[in-house]
Ligand binder design. Sequence first.
Ligand code: GP9
Ligand code: MN
Length: 619
Amino acid sequence: MQFNRLRIPLFVIASFLFGLKTYFVYRFMFDLSIENALQEFILFLNPLASAYLVFAISVWLKPKNQLRYLRWVMIIGTIILYLNLVFYRNFTDFITIPVLFQGNNAADLTSSILTLIHFEDLLLIVDIIIVWVLSKKLDEPAVIFNRHAKVAATAITFLLLAGNVVVAEIERPMLFVRAFDREYLVKNIGVFNYHVYDATMHTKTKAQRVFADGSEVNRIGSYMKEETGSKEPSEMFGVAEGKNVIFVSVESFQNFLFDTEINGTETTPFLNDLKESSDTIWFKNFYHQTAQGKTSDSEFIVENSMYPLDRGAVYFTHAQNEYNALPEILGNNGYYSSVFHANNKSFWNRDVMYENIGYDHFYGEDSFEETPENTFGWGLEDKEFFEQSIPYLKDQEQPFYSKFITLTHHFPFELPEDRANIDMYDSGSQTLNQYFQTARYTDEAIEEFFADLKEAGIYEDSIIVLMGDHYGISEFHNNAMSDFLGKEITPYEHIQLQRVPFMIHIPGYEKGEVREEVVGQIDVKPTLLNLLGIQDKKDLTFGSDMFSEDRKNFIAMRDGSFVSDEYIYTDSICYERESGIEIPPAEEACQPIQEKVDKELQYSNDIIYGDLFRFYDFK
Ligand code: GP9
Ligand code: MN
């Protein structure tokens, strides 16, 4: 091998610097949980291995191209790493190919983006500069390798790669098969190899629709009928028959907000009272089940009683599929359906999906009057949003099903100072500090909405359903959360924090109660249909009527975690649900449900990827 004046080939220097940088980003900028020494070792090994893999290819190039290749790979690699970092800071997740095609959503993140870029990020270009300068100083002959050297350099690539895969497999058996969990993949094989894996998966799922086997739907359908949907109408059947349904999806609201105070002021006084009102049925153990599709996933789950996808947002990737969705069923039963949401219509591809699943009308941003005073954070503020919706609502044919999606209480939870009626919290997390103020704002907006509905004469003939779409405070803020709650955020606590509001408010009902059942977004569709006295015998759902005696007794999360009446399973740990005590793995207490969860998640994916409902007759 010919050495340059530095005696070390430049591609090795580049691999080392870039690998080291990547390791530092993994270790100190992402928030990856490292549980043991082997994981720590893998985290150190994989960036070096994958950097070497890419840089060592250069030895096969002509000297001039070699130097150019090294420089550009440094830059492109850094951009990929950095985009993942920014994405991670917002979503505690890594980019997938379907998410990339949600480009217009990224553009809408403009108000959040500044909080996601940090000053120390500048350090990420140091190695680029070093390699750039060195490559300019080198003479071309310094990077001429003979055949032996080339083969040796490439052989080392394979050794490193094989070593990485072997230790990763030891640490995490079946890593590539289960792959629900992107964090595990990145920890074990690195963000670059993860992208290669993701691209392979993407191609595979595209092919799945083409080769889908129509008879599969009968097998899955039988399972759903047997195991998931509840068979008999519950005692609440028809309680809200013929009423309008006003469904409010409350952005980023988590249950832990309830009954909290900041400096002696109640955070959400209206919702606190509403949940205990004699006209409200509140499910206090209701979990969101969303994944990468955030709000749109919550909508998908509610409309279809199916799971979101493990990668990307189903609203984007499979908006043209055949579904038997809630608005469509309601439409067949004499309901007019609409959505109110003051954002552009194509966000989350809503316009396409809504049309497909049978909404009659979508009141998007263009239906509202926006001024500099009434627009902050993500757009039209909630109070104006509700107020401006009332005339539309009044004009709708009854009975109607109308979904409202709020926006003010959205990350990064910005509120002009003069609008805040509660202090900021005081912790190391700006996000958490602001979270209470926008929650308060939305609470006030919903209170005003109730008053307006009464004034408009709509209230009496309607039921109002309030649901939280997903978490607002990600794991990134665990330290501040732990301060606020006065306890450590263990994996168990993390799952418990995924509880979001679910209230069914029935004016004049007077038998309101607080229910303890473990339920989730997947149960909303069958529950609502049952309340409205609508029976769709052929419907296929993964959830069941929350009021039913024979409802399914667990709630699965997209990453394979679950909550059952007795247990909480997450991060490969089985806990007793109520006490949070860990159950030793040897007892296999969680295993039977774990198997069902894996099966259901797979079935749900099969239906979506194969577009299997096109082979099923819902009529
Ligand atoms: C955007 C709103 C927020 O239209 O629904 O989306 P999210 O970022 O929460 O998914
Ligand atoms: Mn949301």
